[in-house]
Write a protein that binds this ligand. Structure first.
Ligand code: HEC
Length: 139
């Protein structure tokens, strides 16, 4: 009986320990490095995911001028953003969501690669002078 009780107590503790989907802190997010080069190929892969999952709220051009559900962020104007504009912070905004109206995509977008392609696609929506330097497509 006592063993059973200990096991019952230990499981939630252990599960919490294993939970790698815990929302990232700002400090953790800022330390993340985008493993996928900002290339035409990655931007176009990001666009595919964007058109499936984000267009309804942020609009095809990212400006969120469509009559959207909630007041979605204009993704072409990074100066107005609330949660940071480093690659890692954008990654976090998408994976973990932001406030009540920007959903978390941690379960819908399984591969981290797709999240990074999205980050690259979003940076491609920014004013030209603020975009990263385009890298050659990986072979
Ligand atoms: C259900 C509508 C909805 C969907 C779907 C959605 N978003 Fe959002 N998004 C929002 C809203 C609303 C905000 C602003 C939240 C706020 O102001 O706190 C937001 C904020 C953001 C931000 C944060 C900007 C900042 O202030 O730092 C990013 C980045 C973002 N969205 C990207 C995406 C991407 C990429 C997708 C697709 C994977 C997506 N969103 C899907 C509604 C949505």
């Amino acid at each position: 009986m006592r063993n059973l009780l200990l096991t019952a107590l230990a499981i939630p503790l252990f599960a919490g320990f294993l939970d790698d989907k815990k929302p990232l802190t700002t400090e953790q997010a800022q330390k993340l490095k985008n493993p996928i080069p900002y290339s035409k190929k990655s931007i176009s892969q990001g666009r595919n995911v964007y058109m499936r999952m984000c267009v309804g709220c942020h609009g095809a051009d990212g400006k969120a001028t469509v009559d959207v559900v909630a007041d979605a962020t204009d993704l072409t104007a990074p100066k107005t953003w609330k949660s940071g504009t480093t690659d890692g912070e954008i990654f976090r905004s998408i994976r973990d969501g932001q406030s009540a109206s920007m959903p978390s995509f941690a379960t819908q977008i399984k591969g981290e690669d797709d999240l990074w392609h999205l980050v690259n696609f979003i940076r491609n929506l920014w004013p030209e002078s603020t975009r990263p330097e385009l890298q050659p497509d990986p072979k």
